[in-house]
Design a protein. Structure first.
Length: 382
């Protein structure tokens, strides 16, 4: 007789049918769709509320796929958009699941999911939540044993991020264990915390150009460059990667033709890299990223007992130096922008006169990445 739930659980386990009671549909290749009750049982400690939450879930997925190298590329567009690329050399996702995994309760973690410091992982809701909140989320390339590339376009007015994304945390000694302190819980801090917990994985963080340059140079180090095939035509390249077990992180090294590299970055990774930077990548003019580890902070291991509060505060305000792809606005000198503003002021005064409107003060400007923002304050004309 089964006296309680524990007896029932053991009974089902002995019959090897317990897992079947937790799933709504077996999708094949290790992927299942969980029943609502099982997904709720695995409820994570947090949902997707910020860009940093997205990064955490991407890192967890890549880790659970057995990745040894994870690349997080990011680029801010204007003031309210950020695009994110997560590329790994893990198990990969068969093409027939590329859309299915964004449905609610679809997961490859049939057992009990994975418990880590962020809570339960494996309820099949993280990618679904991203799909609901981000402007665009999709797998740009993945296949069995070839790794995965995911692209996300985020509206920062809907999914905000920490304001200072360049601020580095401070590394301190906590009872003999390294931990991070200070700064804000921005993307780089999230990745560094994850790296401390998973020191068997290499994590790389940078702009799209830096990510592509790093994958190329790492591939050259791992494989003999002379023996590596080089393609000058897209069809030849694509046939090769589909017919061979080449991992996605090696793709950028399979050509020295920047036109083909342009197609690879667009069609495989959905990256839009300028021709100028593609040429720099080919000629190794963009330095490869170092893995994120304790050396990123460029300070020796710190101990609170040996640091006064002023020194600690200064160290916690170190900035992360990232190569910027374009920063087109910075190509304009301030005096050139003022010449444009002078012309604009004359036009505003001319057309404003018939509406009894004039300038309240000088037009102000601010340069941000690829944008020049102008502020025109008006007042009633006397």
């Amino acid at each position: 007789m089964l006296n309680n739930n524990a007896d029932l659980t053991r009974f089902l386990s002995d019959l090897d049918i317990k897992d079947k009671l937790n799933i709504e549909e077996d999708l094949g290749n290790g992927y299942v769709k969980l029943k609502i009750s099982e997904a709720e049982r695995r409820q994570a400690l947090q949902d997707i509320h910020t860009v940093e939450d997205i990064i955490i879930e991407l890192l967890r997925n890549s880790r659970d796929a057995g990745s040894k190298n994870i690349f997080i590329g990011t680029k801010k567009i204007g003031n309210n958009r950020r695009v994110i690329y997560c590329i790994d050399d893990g198990d990969g996702i068969p093409p027939k699941f590329h859309n299915l995994i964004f449905q609610a309760r679809v997961t490859s973690k049939l057992d009990d999911g994975i418990k880590d410091s962020y809570g339960f992982h494996g309820r099949g809701m993280a990618l679904f939540s991203m799909k609901l909140t981000a402007d665009e989320v999709r797998i740009t390339f993945s296949d069995h044993l070839k790794g995965t590339s995911i692209y996300i376009d985020v509206n920062l007015e809907i999914i905000p991020e920490k304001k200072d994304q360049a601020l580095l945390p401070q590394l301190i000694d906590n009872d003999g264990k390294p931990c991070l302190s200070g700064g804000v819980n921005n993307v780089i801090k999230v990745i560094m915390e994850f790296a401390l917990q998973n020191n068997d994985i290499n994590f790389y963080y940078g702009t799209p150009s830096q990510i592509i340059a790093t994958m190329r140079q790492l591939s050259f180090k791992k494989n003999n460059q002379k023996d590596s095939p080089k393609f000058n035509h897209w069809d030849e390249f694509y046939n090769f990667i589909m017919e061979n077990k080449t991992v996605i992180t090696n793709f950028p090294s399979l050509t020295d033709n920047y036109n083909i590299l342009d197609e690879i970055t667009k069609k495989i990774f959905n990256m839009d890299i300028s021709q100028r930077n593609l040429q720099r990548i080919i000629y190794n003019e963009i330095n490869a990223l170092e893995p994120i580890n304790l050396n990123l902070i460029n300070d020796k291991f710190l101990n609170n007992d040996n640091e006064d509060s002023i020194a600690v505060e200064k160290k916690s305000k170190k900035k992360l130096q990232l190569y910027d792809e374009l920063k087109l606005a910075n190509r304009f000198k301030d005096e050139e922008i003022r010449c444009i503003i002078k012309t604009l002021e004359e036009i505003v005064i001319k057309y404003g006169s018939k509406h009894l409107v004039t300038l309240d003060n000088n037009i102000e400007f601010k340069k941000a990445n690829n944008t020049i923002n102008l502020t025109i304050n008006l007042k009633q004309k006397n």
